[in-house]
Design a protein around this ligand. Structure first.
Ligand code: NAI
Ligand code: MG
Length: 494
């Protein structure tokens, strides 16, 4: 007798502390390295999204969470960190199977996610208000209070880590949340829900996870009168729609972490080896599916030719293939549709006259995975679409420049301002460029390291507000000014 075939794993919704089957039969979830279906994810209906908001509302308004002591909340977060670490190998594998990133990167992501919970677990007891020195016989206080119910909408490029960036500071502040993972990558967010569900001191309904379509579930959170704040990471277009929905509903607070076209700037005096690797790593890590990808490489003209050659040579060494292999350094793109979008950018760049010096297509022998070769275009016009539009894939535009002045001008000539990097051994020049580049994050002689201890976010059309560090929790807090009159005398005005 044959063994019954295992049915595809159906992923539930997590509402009010219960894992529930969605009303809609849901949508397939793929392994992008193989094109195989690995699960089915519930596609929440507007009613289910409302139920999740209601559960969070109830937990925030009447549950014991918002009034728990800071120490109690901190301990819960530390427990989450520990539980994530205990399951790290499994979580990394699930992340890679669902998203396609190399396992070596997924392992770092899981470790980072645990560190985020740990950091905010520690911070919980360090959040303090102020005593304001008002010129009266009074005690003027500033108290920090949780903003309330938070809708948190996240992308597919760092599914677990983005969930941690959102959920941990919100819980640190005492908020309740409804988390909406990206359509393509629901798996590890629901594993996070399992972890949270196993923590006895986290009250039911404080965290809810609803999978489904952005324009339905995400939009419902952004428009809900019962949601006090929306935190979003994703495209600038969707960020705009969320801000509009917030304005048209209850003026909920909004933080946005959006796209980028980050310049990675190389002066002739940069340390050569590190610079070449930094140019390649800056744009090809995580298949280029990184909001801060160094997708514009600006190179001083005197080293331009040599530098591009060295980049090409380095990029040829990137090992593409099975992302579960620890030696792999580039996996497939997240979905077939996203690969088409990326290849569309490549095609347009060719038509616009950029010089293709590496890649440009699907690598041989890796079908049916959604792979794209590391792709380098040289001599890209700073105004061309490839230098202006976010590709979100392994495609870089190299732009030569003459002198610091021109480097800064080109660096700033996009609607974005998330990140930038500058490579030089001249410390004065490094700081001049740091000051003049309009970006929320600037690296000197490095690109991409990101730490939970330091703030993250963009200027211009790359976002609103900051995540991470002690700054990140402020977005989940409201200030309350309290005035205590210490005098018993009447005002005496009348
Ligand atoms: P997206 O911004 O549309 O999706 C991100 C999240 O927003 C997902 O959870 C999605 O379900 C949700 N969403 C979509 N439409 C919504 C709406 N109307 N209201 C509320 N939530 C909504 O990004 P998408 O479509 O996956 O990718 C498109 C492009 O966006 C990419 O090619 C890339 O350029 C950029 N992107 C940037 C990211 C970043 O980290 N800055 C992350 C993901 C995408
Ligand atoms: Mg979209």
């Amino acid at each position: 007798m044959e063994m019954p075939t295992t049915t595809t794993r159906a992923l539930p919704l997590y509402i009010g502390g219960r894992f529930v089957e969605g009303q809609d039969p849901g949508q397939d979830v793929f392994n992008p390295a193989t094109g195989e279906v690995i699960a089915r994810a519930a596609r929440a209906t507007p009613d289910e999204a409302r139920a999740a908001v209601a559960a969070a509302r109830e937990a925030f308004d009447r549950g014991p969470w918002a009034t728990a002591t800071a120490a109690q909340r901190g301990r819960v977060l530390l427990e989450v960190a520990q539980a994530l670490r205990a399951r790290a190998p499994e979580l990394a594998r699930l992340e890679t199977e669902n998203m396609g990133k190399p396992i070596a990167e997924a392992e770092l992501d899981v470790a980072d996610a645990a560190s985020v919970f740990e950091y905010y677990g520690g911070l919980a007891t360090k959040l303090t208000g102020d005593v304001n020195p008002v010129p009266d016989d009074a005690l003027s206080l500033t108290l920090k209070e949780p903003v309330g119910v938070c809708g948190q909408i996240i992308p597919w490029n760092y599914p677990l880590l983005m969930a941690a960036w959102k959920v941990a500071p919100a819980l640190c502040a005492g908020c309740a949340v409804v988390l909406k993972p990206a359509e393509a990558t629901p798996v590890t967010a629901l594993e996070l829900a399992r972890v949270l569900d196993g923590i006895a001191d986290l009250p039911r309904g404080v965290v809810n996870v609803v999978t489904g379509d952005g324009p339905v579930v995400g939009a419902a959170l952004a428009a809900s009168p019962d949601v006090d704040k929306v935190a979003f990471t994703g495209s600038t277009a969707t960020g705009r729609a969320i801000l509009r929905a917030a304005a048209d509903s209850n003026l909920k607070k909004v933080t946005l972490e959006l796209g980028g076209k980050s310049p990675n700037i190389f002066f002739a005096d940069a340390g050569w080896e590190a610079a070449v690797e930094g140019a390649v790593f800056g744009v090809f890590v995580n298949q280029g599916e990184v909001c801060s990808a160094g997708s514009r490489v600006l190179v001083e003209r005197s080293i331009h030719g040599r530098f591009v050659e060295a980049m090409v040579e380095k990029a040829r060494q990137i090992r593409l293939g099975d992302p579960l292999d620890p030696a792999t350094r580039m996996g497939p793109l997240v979905t077939a549709a996203h690969r088409e979008r990326v290849l569309g950018h490549v095609e347009r760049a060719r038509r616009d006259g950029a010089r293709l010096v590496l890649g440009g297509g699907a690598p041989r022998g890796l079908a049916p995975g959604y792979f794209v070769e590391p792709t380098i275009f040289d001599g890209v016009d700073p105004g061309a679409r490839l230098a202006q539009e976010e590709v979100f894939g392994p495609v870089v535009a190299v732009i030569p420049f003459d002198g610091e002045e021109e480097a800064v001008r080109i660096a700033n000539a996009t609607p974005y301002g998330l990140a930038a990097a500058v490579w030089t051994r001249d410390i004065n020049r490094a700081f001049r460029v740091v000051k003049r580049v309009r970006a929320g994050v600037v690296w000197v002689n490095h690109m991409q390291p990101t730490y939970v201890e330091a703030p993250w976010g963009g200027v211009k059309q790359s976002g609103l507000g900051r995540e991470l560090g002690r700054y990140g929790v402020e977005g989940y807090l409201e200030l309350k000014q309290v005035h205590v009159n210490l005098s018993e005398k009447p005002i005496g005005w009348y």
